[in-house]
Design a protein around this ligand. Structure first.
Ligand code: NGQ
Ligand code: ZN
Length: 465
């Protein structure tokens, strides 16, 4: 591992308490911020001068890495039209050929793309556990190792969320043949989590959590068992769940339990700041307020939710109630926090027929308000001390190139507004994860090799198809 940088010097930086000039940031050997000085017109002799604006890096709260290799393969109309469930069939056919080698190569390529776009951490919602056909690998953590290797090689921070999945629908309906690779009972899932905890101690590189695939995939006893397993191993580990994404799922939950999915979850689990409810698209007013009050994070994935025809999350009401959100790139139809935030705001403008909807009272700039909220919610969803530049936090940073026609001459918050609404390029010059540079001048040190492995994997998948 490269040695953490010690002292950085930025002409301009977005700190926890606002914008500052001539900022010197000292980083300790663990990759955390030791201290910060502002208005330091003469930097220390050993300080590294940054060629742009220093911002916190974004945490990506929701990823299914293998899906990056199927983008664009489900955009063709069939005679019956298409919906979320049709996309899911295509995705199930695609994943049948993904083994550990393919998963590692795809994940590595994706994680390089994430870093370059400004994501410094990712929560991997990992449910592709078993071999094609459903048999358990000799090592039950085989596919988890592939993801961890992909992330470690690239150097993005990983929060691994092994997914508990047993059923195909409400009422403990047995899983289908295409779902066999995802399945665990409570005991086998506990063994997987124990093995991962023993093999990989928590570190700056890797954090452990778990996910429940959805209320379709677990019944109530299994849900509680899974949560108890996580709490036994990692008391503060994040717990994620896909919820209320499709209207069909809301209707099925109502028939099965008499309650809507989010309502049911809030009534049956101790949903708190360790939880991330992914999508939570279909919320009524009461659910919206209760979810906000729970301090859980809503894991929003605007480009995937648009691509899959999910519907629109009630962001205005949720943020008005004080709700917390994070961004996820989910199916990776886009890998860009900028594009996610832009679509999040535009979705609201198009429905409410008004402008500047997701800015706060205290923070009237939409770009700055959205970026800082997504930073805070993202770090919470990944269970890491990141998302603001302050002493004691991780040194997860991006350097934004303000010597770009879209960003040049923009004052503080205007810079974020211009980046989020108007940039045509990522504009991310350098990226640091826990004190180590991973992207410098727009490039990752191993990007050619990683891309070659990815291309070979795609060729292999195409030849098999
Ligand atoms: C997934 N993806 O697990 O990859 C899901 C689809 C399902 C999204 N929800 C499968 N975007 O929900 O059953
Ligand atoms: Zn998902």
């Amino acid at each position: 591992m490269t040695k953490p940088a010690k002292v950085l010097y930025a002409k301009r930086a977005m700190l926890a308490d606002g914008w500052a000039q001539d900022v010197q940031v000292t980083i300790d050997d663990h990759g955390n911020i030791a201290h910060i000085e502002k208005n330091q017109t003469t930097p220390d002799f050993n300080a590294e001068s940054l060629q742009g604006v220093l911002l916190p890096g974004m945490a990506n709260c929701h990823s299914h890495a293998f899906q990056r290799a199927m983008v664009g393969l489900a955009e063709v109309r069939s005679s019956q039209g298409d919906d979320f469930w049709g996309w899911r069939d295509t995705m199930y056919r695609f994943l049948a050929a993904i083994g550990p080698q393919e998963l590692q190569a795809i994940a590595a390529q994706l994680y390089v793309e994430m870093l370059k776009a400004g994501y410094t951490g990712v929560a991997e919602f990992h449910y592709l556990h078993h071999a094609p056909g459903g048999a358990c690998y000799d090592d039950p953590a085989e596919m988890s190792h592939a993801i961890i290797r992909g992330a470690t090689d690239v150097g993005i921070q990983l929060t691994l969320l092994p997914v508990l999945y047993q059923f195909s629908d409400f009422g403990s309906v047995a899983a289908g043949p295409q779902q066999q690779r995802f399945l665990h009972d409570g005991e086998r899932f506990q063994r997987l989590l124990e093995q991962l905890a023993a093999s990989y101690p928590n570190s700056q590189q890797l954090n452990h959590g778990m996910a429940l695939h959805s209320l379709r995939a677990v019944d109530e006893p299994l849900l509680h068992q899974g949560v108890a397993t996580l709490k036994g191993l990692h008391p503060n580990g994040p717990i994620h769940i896909h919820i209320a994404e499709q209207e069909k799922e809301v209707a099925a939950c109502l028939v099965h339990s008499g309650q809507r999915p989010v309502e049911w979850l809030l009534d049956h689990c101790n949903v708190d700041e360790h939880w991330c409810l992914v999508h939570a698209t279909h919320l009524n007013k009461r659910e919206c307020e209760r979810l906000a009050a729970s301090k859980a994070v809503a894991g929003l994935c605007p480009t995937t939710e648009a691509n899959l025809g999910d519907g629109l999350f009630p962001a205005v009401d949720f943020l008005h109630s004080g709700g917390r959100f994070a961004l996820g790139s989910d199916s990776h139809i886009s890998v860009s926090p900028v594009e996610e935030l832009r679509l999040l705001e535009y979705g609201q403008r198009l429905t409410h027929k008004r402008r500047t909807l997701l800015a706060g009272e205290a923070q009237p700039s939409v770009g700055a308000s959205l970026y800082s909220q997504a930073l805070r919610g993202g770090a919470q969803a990944l269970g890491i001390k990141s998302g603001t530049i302050a002493a004691g936090m991780r040194a997860d940073f991006i350097v934004l190139d303000d010597n770009d026609p879209t960003l040049y001459g923009k004052h503080n918050d205007q810079l974020l507004d211009s980046w989020i609404f108007a940039s045509q390029r990522p504009n991310v010059k350098d990226v640091m994860v826990a004190g180590c540079w991973k992207i410098q001048d727009g490039r990752h040190i191993n990007e050619e090799q990683i891309q070659q492995d990815f291309f070979r994997t795609i060729d292999r998948l195409n030849n098999q198809a």
